[in-house]
Design a protein around this ligand. Structure first.
Ligand code: FPP
Length: 253
């Protein structure tokens, strides 16, 4: 049997008050506020990203403890390339640092690492670290930890549409009139995952910033005021509690 993560945060959290039968299967998170967290402490922005990487470990452990099945984290958007080169380079090194320090624990705890996004455009060192993590965790069956890296929802839809049109042109079995949402969904980078029931964005900003724009159609949105480096298991549990208090109607009554 694989061990569950155990940590001291359990004591003070509200885990006991959660309905364990209604834990979201898939939680998506926009990890925002690293820069502001650093600025508030008169530190360079990259310190915020470093601390943000540590929070990824904390939240991965917490999600695994809570039996969440999929955790998708928005690590780098297709728009983030416009940041200063030094900051982009630093962020691109973080997956290497993260996996150097955390991969053994991910393997031990049965976590599977996957990515969505145009990862082929990332620097070689970043691709290597991610590919190694994917390879070494490919057969794990616990939490699936999905990094959205060089990801953008609109670009994903265009790329899926191109592949679909290509298949339509070259197949005798497919026709335009029988296209439906389920078919299109298979062309998205998230084809293997259920849609997130819950989206969390930290730092108080209330936007989805081109993240999973198709997949979040019926998700519950929770905007948490903490900066990402300060987000922790207690905050995650509090977000799940709010989620559990909401009624999801999917357009019905
Ligand atoms: C948002 O904060 C954060 C990012 C754009 C980068 C987040 C990336 C990581 C934490 C590292 C990823 C690591 C792995 C393991 C894949 P911001 O800079 O937009 O904050 P601000 O809005 O306060 O300026």
């Amino acid at each position: 049997m694989f061990k569950k993560f155990k940590n001291n945060e359990d004591k003070s959290s509200q885990v006991d008050t959660l309905d364990l039968h209604n834990i979201p299967k898939h939680i998506a998170i926009i990890m925002d506020g690293n820069g502001r967290w650093a600025k508030q402490r008169r530190m360079p922005r990259i310190k915020g990203h470093y601390q943000g990487m540590q929070t990824i470990k904390t939240i991965t452990r917490a999600a695994n403890d809570l039996n969440v099945k999929y955790l998708t984290l928005y690590a780098f958007s297709t728009e983030n390339w416009s940041r200063p080169e030094e900051e982009v380079n630093y962020i691109m090194g973080l997956p290497v640092n993260f996996l150097n320090t955390f991969l053994p624990e991910l393997i031990e705890k049965n976590v599977k690492v996957e990515t969505i996004g145009f990862t082929e455009q990332l620097p070689e060192k970043t691709i290597c670290a991610i590919e190694e993590a994917k390879r070494k965790t490919a057969h794990n069956t616990g939490l699936t930890l999905i990094f959205a890296i060089n990801y953008g929802g609109r670009a994903e839809i265009i790329s899926g549409m191109k592949a679909l049109i290509h298949d339509l042109k070259s197949s005798d079995e497919m026709d335009i009139d029988s296209l439906d949402e389920a078919t299109f969904q298979k062309y998205l980078m998230t084809a293997n995952y259920p849609d997130p029931e819950l989206l969390i964005r930290t730092s108080g900003e209330q936007r989805i910033s081109n993240f999973l724009i198709w997949q979040l159609s019926y998700s519950e949105f929770i905007f948490n005021p903490k900066m990402w480096p300060d987000f922790d298991k207690n905050e995650l549990v509090a977000c799940i509690k709010i989620y559990q208090s909401r009624q999801r109607r999917f357009g019905g009554l």
